[in-house]
Design a protein around this ligand. Structure first.
Ligand SMILES: [Zn+2]
Length: 132
């Protein structure tokens, strides 16, 4: 669907955005999460070595559930990063999914996985606040 009277924008629609920089940032985020994931596994293995002690066992359990929660969040972030890279590839990156307007480059650089402009994000948050 294209708005009448507005020319079809070429690939890379958000004006003034450094797409190469966004891609580098996204890939750096992926690398960071990947490195953290490895560290978590190493910590868990170290914790299992102390399972003989009951106090440590309780501690290990709570560490473990915290690690799992963290990993769940990271997993969702990884998915968002991949989706953002896909949008970069197909030329829809930086376009607000609610209003179809370009998202401000500063916002994209601060939060490269965002799919909403600041206005629509604020609107959604207001909606969510009303519903809950
Ligand atoms: Zn919007």
């Amino acid at each position: 669907m294209s708005a009448p009277g507005r020319p079809r924008e070429p690939r890379g629609t958000a004006p003034g955005l450094d797409y190469a920089q966004v891609e580098r940032t996204l890939r750096a985020m992926l690398g960071e999460i990947d490195a953290k994931g490895r560290a978590t596994v190493a910590e868990e293995t170290a914790a299992e070595d102390r399972f003989a002690d009951v106090v440590d066992l309780a501690q290990a359990e709570s560490n473990r559930s915290m690690a799992l929660r963290l990993r769940d969040r990271e997993f969702r972030m990884v998915r968002k990063i991949h989706q953002a890279l896909k949008r970069l590839e197909d030329g829809t990156y930086g376009i607000c999914e609610d209003c179809g307007e370009p998202i401000a480059p500063a916002r994209l650089l601060a939060r490269p996985v965002t799919t909403l402009c600041a206005d629509c994000k604020a609107e959604r948050e207001a909606d969510e606040a009303l519903r809950s």
